[in-house]
Design a protein around this ligand. Structure first.
Ligand code: NDP
Length: 400
């Protein structure tokens, strides 16, 4: 930090602010990342009204975006009155890849791998014995070839129990790669690494909203908006961003890896060769049925989940005992977020609700004090324009 001041990149007051405005003990912050200079702040809120598999849940959400938590809570209230969310996990393994290049005789390589299948499984166990003691471990080994380009991917599916599993899978993949090196001297191992496309960790949340609760026309418009998001990638990206507003916030609150989840979800959105909206909303008889099925790679142990004190508190508030339970809650939040966003979009438009909450941020940005914020917000809501210039004008008026 002293160096930054010396180089004129920060004043000493700014450096002091970065140094002192922190809450994590040095032991944690310094060891989680490299070159740590401070911490960033993201508000942690609580979404209410969620009923998931007949159980009420408080949902901690870390987000800087106004209206996300209000929208989730509101959607959960409506869906809760209609019986809440139902979730299921299809399977839960994480994939690793050992990629060979310059393969010429694919049949010969595959024959060697097949012949030594048992020793590859044994190498996996030697590489990460503790996950076996916890009931997990390597579940399957398969290969996919890219013959025209000379590549072969050896795919491992690993039961990582309650961890997200990136490190577990990486360690295991390297252990198996070591064994393969002895068997296939002429093929070169290019790399061994987890795949973030967790399509063997698919989780589904669904809900049923009687048409009389929201109106048949609104329901029909929601279904049409979901259909359109499957046709047009320009809309799909925004549709899915709305889903991720909820998902990311819970993933972040629980100390999980937001990038891993985002990579997986967006890869899944493009699984048909075209990037598509991820939710399905359809009307069956007198009910609007919503469904979100996506891969979710998260854990309740490992990574930062156990290290960050507030991640632990978030997990406590959620009351989850397994990674599977957490993944299911996350998908239900994604579905709620989508319901709220699409419903707003096809009725009042998103801006009305969004900007009402955005007004608080605008008031703060304009420099309003705690006492002035509600006054500025009130006037902003009546103003023709809701933007920073307007907020600043209102504040000037108030202070006259
Ligand atoms: P860890 O390396 O922390 O491994 C999980 C740990 O949890 C192990 O030490 C394990 O102990 C312990 N554990 C305790 N109870 C259980 C249980 N019930 N089930 C499973 N493990 C248990 O984390 P992960 O392997 O989950 O990796 C996640 C981290 O890796 C994240 O921080 C992520 O950001 C990062 N990462 C992500 C990558 C990616 O997404 N591409 C790449 C590389 C890293 P024991 O050893 O005794 O079994």
């Amino acid at each position: 930090m002293a160096q930054l001041v010396k180089e004129g990149k920060l004043t000493s007051e700014e450096a002091e602010l970065l140094r002192t405005h922190t809450v994590l003990p040095d032991k944690i912050a310094n060891n989680l990342i490299e070159n740590q200079i401070s911490e960033t702040e993201t508000p942690l809120g609580l979404a209410r009204n969620f009923v998931i598999n007949q159980k009420e849940r408080e949902i901690p959400m870390a987000t800087e975006e106004p209206s996300v938590i209000a929208a989730a809570s509101n959607a959960a209230k409506i869906i809760g009155r209609a019986g809440g969310f139902t979730t299921k996990t299809f399977e839960r393994t994480m994939m690793g890849q050992i990629v060979l290049r310059q393969v010429t005789d694919f049949s010969a390589v595959k024959a060697v791998l097949e012949e030594h299948r048992l020793s590859l499984f044994a190498a996996a166990e030697r590489a990460y014995p503790s996950i076996y003691q916890r009931g997990g471990g390597l579940r399957s080994l398969q290969w996919r070839s890219f013959e025209a380009d000379g590549y072969l991917s050896i795919d491992l599916q690993v039961d990582v129990q309650d961890a997200m599993g990136a490190n577990i899978v990486n360690t295991m993949a390297e252990g198996i790669a070591q064994e393969i090196r002895q068997l296939l001297s002429e093929s070169e191992i290019l790399f061994s690494i987890l795949s973030n496309y967790a399509d063997h960790s698919l989780v589904e949340a669904s809900c049923r909203v009687p048409l009389k609760m929201i109106g048949a026309e609104v329901a029909e418009r929601i279904a049409a908006a979901a259909e359109y998001a499957k046709l047009d990638p320009y809309r799909a990206a925004t549709h899915n961003k709305g889903i991720m507003n909820g998902i990311d916030a819970v993933v972040l609150a629980t100390g999980n890896d937001t990038r891993a989840v985002a990579a997986s979800v967006h890869a899944y959105a493009a699984k048909d060769g075209e990037y598509r909206g991820l939710t399905d909303w359809e009307i069956v008889d007198d009910t609007l049925i919503g469904r979100l099925r996506i891969p979710i790679a998260i854990g309740i142990v490992g990574g930062a989940t156990k290290v960050l004190p507030k991640a632990q508190l978030s997990l406590k508030l959620l009351g989850v005992e397994t990674a599977e339970e957490l993944a299911e809650i996350i998908v239900a939040v994604g579905l709620a977020q989508n319901f709220a966003a699409v419903r707003a979009l096809v009725t009042d438009g998103i801006q009305k609700g969004h900007m009402a909450l955005q007004s608080r941020s605008l008031a703060i940005t304009a420099g309003a004090t705690e006492q002035e914020i509600p006054l500025v917000v009130k006037r902003l809501k009546r103003a023709k324009q809701m933007n920073l210039a307007e907020a600043a004008d209102i504040l000037r008026e108030l202070r006259k």
